[in-house]
Design a protein around this ligand. Structure first.
Ligand code: MD6
Ligand code: FE
Length: 216
């Protein structure tokens, strides 16, 4: 297991965690997710402006955004069907990097075409901030920006590439972050180009899963 780069307190980056064969295996599993739960166009709360990324989810819960706001729900907003299960290949990455005793409940799949971006944001719709978020990058590289926990503070950027795994936890769990741009054509993994990012999260409060007598 390669050593991660400690980028900031609570932020670990494993460059090239997945080799090409492993990237292809995870991508194949993500294609299965997309077949069962097609990408949808999320909209900004209130304004209903479309976001530039396309999204779907797998796992028990999925994150969605529409005119009513941001939330987790158990069903796809267009088909109304339950999200497909999280692939084992994806769960394995959480098990190896998250250092957290419970499995993820939600895996958000973001698809970026060459012009898509993601504004600076905090991930704060979850009820368990003790669990980290594990982020897996596939396909074209991107310029990823990270700041502090206060909007408007200093930021730095780094390049994320196919196969990289980034973990945000502890002091960094509520860090601002976003994607400034996609480096189109920088990876041949996705046949038609673009970038896929998977973010794995715990959603429910720790007390919701600590009552069964298991040690935490
Ligand atoms: C992306 N990532 O890389 C967007 N969120 O496409 C995220 O929004 C993100 O990478 C929380 C933790 C890690 C992330
Ligand atoms: Fe995020």
């Amino acid at each position: 297991m390669p050593a991660p780069l400690p980028l900031a307190p609570g932020v670990l980056l494993w460059k090239g965690w997945l080799d090409r064969a492993a990237q292809e295996a995870v991508l194949g599993d993500v294609m299965g997710v997309l077949a069962a739960a097609p990408l949808f166009m999320p909209r900004m709360p209130r304004t209903a402006d479309p976001m530039s990324v396309r999204m779907t989810n797998c796992g028990d819960l999925g994150w969605i955004s529409d005119v009513a706001g941001y939330r987790y729900q158990r069903t796809h907003p267009v088909s109304g069907k339950a999200w497909p299960p999280m692939p084992r290949s994806v769960l394995a990455i959480w098990d190896e990097t998250a250092a957290y005793p419970c499995p993820p409940e939600a895996c958000l799949v973001n698809f970026y075409d060459s012009t898509a971006r993601m504004g600076l944001h905090q991930d704060r719709d979850e009820f368990d901030f003790n669990a980290p978020i594990v982020s897996i990058s596939l396909g074209d590289g991107c310029k990823f920006r990270m700041g502090g926990t206060i909007r408007g503070g200093a930021t730095r950027s780094l390049r994320l590439e196919s196969g990289d795994v980034l973990v945000f936890g502890g002091a960094a769990r509520r860090m601002y972050h976003g994607v400034d741009r996609i480096f189109a054509g920088s990876s041949s993994l996705l046949p038609s180009g673009g970038r896929i990012n998977l973010t794995l999260r715990r959603v429910s409060a720790a007390s919701d899963h600590g009552s069964s007598g298991e040690s935490q």
